[in-house]
Design a protein around this ligand. Structure first.
Ligand SMILES: Nc1ncnc2c1ncn2[C@@H]1O[C@H](COP(=O)(O)OP(=O)(O)OP(=O)(O)O)[C@@H](O)[C@H]1O
Ligand SMILES: [Mg+2]
Length: 354
C-alpha cells in the first residue's frame, strides 16, 4: 500500500470498504453479498466459517481479501495426522547456537485460511480455536501474542462425513459467522469463465488498498457506531427467544448476542450509517446465530435447520420502532434523519409494525 490512510470516522471507513469490495469484485465474480458479509465479520473482529462444497471460490475469496486488505496470508490444510504444534509452532534445537528456539507455526499470520477444519482431530481443532479466542498461542510453556489483526477464515466441507470430526457446538460458538457461497448463476458463471479466457492463466492483479493499520483503524470506527437502547433490547430478545424455543435444546449464548450487536454495527458502517437500525440486526442474525444452536434431535429428521428457526424467531420478536439517528448524526444520503422517520436508505426505521 502507498501512504497510510487517515481513517477516523465511520464515513472514512465506509469509503475504504466500498473500494475494498470493488477491488475484491475484480477477482471474485458475482459474490458481492458474500464479500460484504465476510468484510462485516472482519470489521466486527470476528472469524468466519465458510461451509460449502469444493470449487466454489472459498480459497479465492480468502486470498483476495488478504491481497486487497494488505495482510499477511497463510493457508493451512487440516489433515487427520496434524498435531497442534504443526499449527502453533514448537521449540526446536538450533545446532548452530546450541540453543532451543521457538519456531512459530503458520498460525502466526494476519489472515489465516484454515481449510477443512473438520478433517483434523479435536486436539488440533482446539489449538486453532484457542488461538482464535485468546489471540495468542500457548506453546512450550509460554504465551505468545498473535499478529494484529488476526483473522481466521475457516472452511469445512458439509458433504463428507467419513473420516471427519464435526466441530462441537462449543467450538462453533467461536465463529462470528457461518456462511455459504453457493453456486453462481449461469450468467455469472459464464462471466467468470469469460474473464479467465480473456485474462489468460495469470491470476487477476489486485491492488492492496489497506494494510494491518487500516484494518485496525476501521475496527476502531465500528466502536463509534451508535447503538440505541432499543436495539440492545431487540438483540437480547432475539437471543432469549432462541433459548425459549420448543425446537431448540441450546439457544444463543451471550457471546452470540454480543456478536450480533458488533456485526450489526459493522453492517451499519458498511451502509455508511453511524447508528444501528433493526434491519442491521435482522440481516446478521441468521449467519451469526444459526450455527450456534443445538436443535431437538427430531429436527434433523424433519430437515429443520438452525437457519429456519432463527428466521422464525425474527418473524416473532417485535421489531423496535422509531430508532433514530443520534443527535447530530447524518444519514447516509446526507440528510439528518428526523424523528427517526426515515432510515439511511429511505425505508422506515420502524420495520414491520407488530
Ligand atoms: N465467484 C468466482 N469468481 C471467480 N472465480 C471463481 C469463482 N468461484 C470459483 N472460481 C474459480 O474456481 C476455481 C476454484 O476456486 P477455489 O479454489 O477458490 O475453490 P474452493 O472453494 O477453495 O475449493 P476447495 O474446497 O476444493 O478448496 C478457481 O480457479 C477460482 O478462480
Ligand atoms: Mg480451497
Amino acid at each position: 500500500m502507498a501512504a497510510p490512510l487517515n481513517i477516523e470516522t465511520p464515513a472514512d471507513a465506509a469509503a475504504l470498504c466500498r473500494d475494498v469490495l470493488d477491488e475484491a469484485g475484480k477477482a471474485v465474480v458475482g459474490k458481492r453479498e458474500a464479500l460484504e458479509l465476510v468484510l462485516t465479520g472482519i470489521l466486527a473482529s470476528g472469524h468466519v466459517l465458510l461451509e460449502d462444497l469444493p470449487g466454489l471460490g472459498k480459497t479465492l475469496l480468502a486470498r483476495t481479501f488478504a491481497a486487497v486488505l494488505g495482510l499477511d496470508f497463510a493457508r493451512v490444510q487440516f489433515t487427520p495426522d496434524m498435531l497442534p504444534a504443526d499449527l502453533t509452532g514448537a521449540a526446536v534445537y538450533d545446532p548452530r547456537t546450541s540453543e532451543v528456539v521457538f519456531r512459530p507455526g503458520p498460525v502466526f499470520t494476519q489472515l489465516l485460511l484454515a481449510d477443512e477444519i473438520n478433517r483434523t482431530p479435536p486436539k488440533t481443532q482446539a489449538a486453532l480455536l484457542e488461538a482464535m479466542e485468546e489471540q495468542q498461542v500457548s506453546a512450550d510453556g509460554e504465551s505468545r501474542p498473535l499478529p494484529r489483526p488476526f483473522i481466521v477464515l475457516a472452511t469445512d466441507n458439509p458433504i463428507e462425513y467419513e473420516g471427519t470430526y464435526p466441530l462441537p457446538e462449543a467450538q462453533l460458538d467461536r465463529f462470528a459467522l457461518r456462511m455459504r457461497l453457493g453456486y453462481l448463476s449461469a450468467e455469472l458463471e459464464g462471466e467468470m469463465i469469460g474473464r479467465r479466457l480473456s485474462r489468460g492463466a495469470a491470476p487477476p492483479e489486485l491492488r492492496a488498498l489497506a494494510g494491518p493499520r487500516e484494518v485496525l483503524a476501521m475496527r476502531d470506527c465500528v466502536e463509534k457506531v451508535h447503538v440505541d437502547e432499543g436495539i440492545v433490547r431487540y438483540a437480547v430478545a432475539v437471543s432469549a427467544a432462541t433459548r425459549a424455543h420448543a425446537k431448540i435444546t441450546v439457544g444463543a449464548s451471550s457471546r452470540a448476542t454480543l456478536g450480533v450487536v458488533q456485526l450489526a454495527r459493522a453492517r451499519a458502517l458498511l451502509a455508511d450509517r453511524d447508528y444501528v437500525l433493526p434491519e442491521d440486526v435482522k440481516a446478521v442474525a441468521v449467519p451469526a446465530l444459526a450455527h450456534r444452536l443445538v436443535l431437538q434431535p427430531e429436527m434433523w429428521v424433519r430437515q429443520v435447520t438452525g437457519e429456519d428457526l432463527v428466521a422464525e424467531v425474527l418473524d416473532e420478536v417485535p421489531v423496535p420502532r422509531g430508532i433514530a439517528a443520534p443527535n447530530g448524526s447524518t444519514a447516509a444520503n446526507g440528510s439528518t434523519a428526523a424523528n427517526g422517520s426515515t432510515a439511511a436508505n429511505g425505508s422506515t426505521a420502524a420495520g414491520r409494525a407488530t
